[in-house]
Design a protein around this ligand. Structure first.
Ligand code: KIV
Length: 260
């Protein structure tokens, strides 16, 4: 078994100063490849609304879609930690609603759920944690709040923003969150909070000082038309696929495939 399946090993890695690696995954073949590459944890992110379903934000993603994708990913990477996002509308109304949604994701194969939101979500994090649901808090830029934030904007800036982010991170950890994810926040702030928090932190667009890093599958593999500036693209996936498909099409049209 991969030694990162168990959340306790993430806590031990933080204590040992070992960096942890996550990527999003949405289906069985990508989960299988990520596990083969030695990735520690996979997030079935509601970013699937944008990169898989072609929406302009994540708000339209349903719990049913999250369950469907979580099942595929969990089957593909049984040795990785599998985290599934609680989608917008499935958890905010009450801790009980959050528990029902989280239970569906755990039954689908998730090892933990991630939810967006700071102080208002602390009670829900406690409720879930006390009932056997490992929770990861997601603060900073929370894409589910994009309409309230007025766009995909950097967060935690200025003294007031930094103080609020610190309060949120500490409240989530105190409520039982097993990890805290920082998205699009100043690197120095994320590093300071990482040193202060008792639980591992995950960063995306939050500098090099968090315990773990995460990126979106399509950004890493060159499949996003406009990857965010903080992402790094490790291959020209779109170019490779278009080239392969073009050669296949040409060979069919030229009578070279199938062979006679
Ligand atoms: O949904 C997602 O992919 C995420 C990552 C951007 C952290 O929440």
């Amino acid at each position: 078994m991969n030694r990162r399946k168990d959340l306790g090993s993430w806590q031990a890695a933080k204590a040992a100063g070992e960096k942890l690696v996550m990527i999003t995954a949405y289906d069985h073949p990508s989960a299988r490849l990520a596990q083969a590459a030695g990735i520690d944890g996979l997030l079935v992110g509601d970013s699937l609304g944008m990169v898989v379903q072609g929406r302009s934000d994540t708000l339209g993603v349903s719990l049913e879609a999250m369950v469907y994708h979580t099942e595929m990913v969990a089957r593909g990477a049984p040795e990785c930690l599998i985290v599934a996002d609680l989608p917008f509308g499935a958890f905010e109304a009450s801790p009980e609603a959050a528990f029902a949604a989280a239970a569906a994701l755990l039954k689908a194969g998730a090892d933990a759920v991630k939810l967006e939101g700071g102080l208002p979500m602390a009670e829900t994090v406690r409720f879930l944690s006390e009932r056997g649901v490992p929770v990861i808090g997601h603060i900073g830029l929370t894409p589910q709040h994009v309409r309230q934030l007025g766009g995909f904007r950097r967060q935690g800036t200025g003294a007031e923003g930094a103080a609020r982010l610190a309060r949120e991170a500490e409240a989530l950890a105190a409520a039982g969150a097993r990890m805290v994810l920082f998205e699009a926040v100043p690197a120095e702030l994320a590093a300071t909070l990482t040193a202060r928090l008792p639980v591992p932190t995950i960063g995306i667009g939050a500098g090099a000082g968090t315990d773990a890093q995460i990126l979106v599958w399509h950004d890493v593999l060159g499949l996003s038309p406009r990857p965010p500036s903080f992402a790094r693209t490790y291959c020209d996936g779109a170019g490779l696929i278009i080239d392969a498909l073009g050669r296949y099409a040409a060979e069919v049209r030229e009578g070279k495939f199938p062979p006679t």
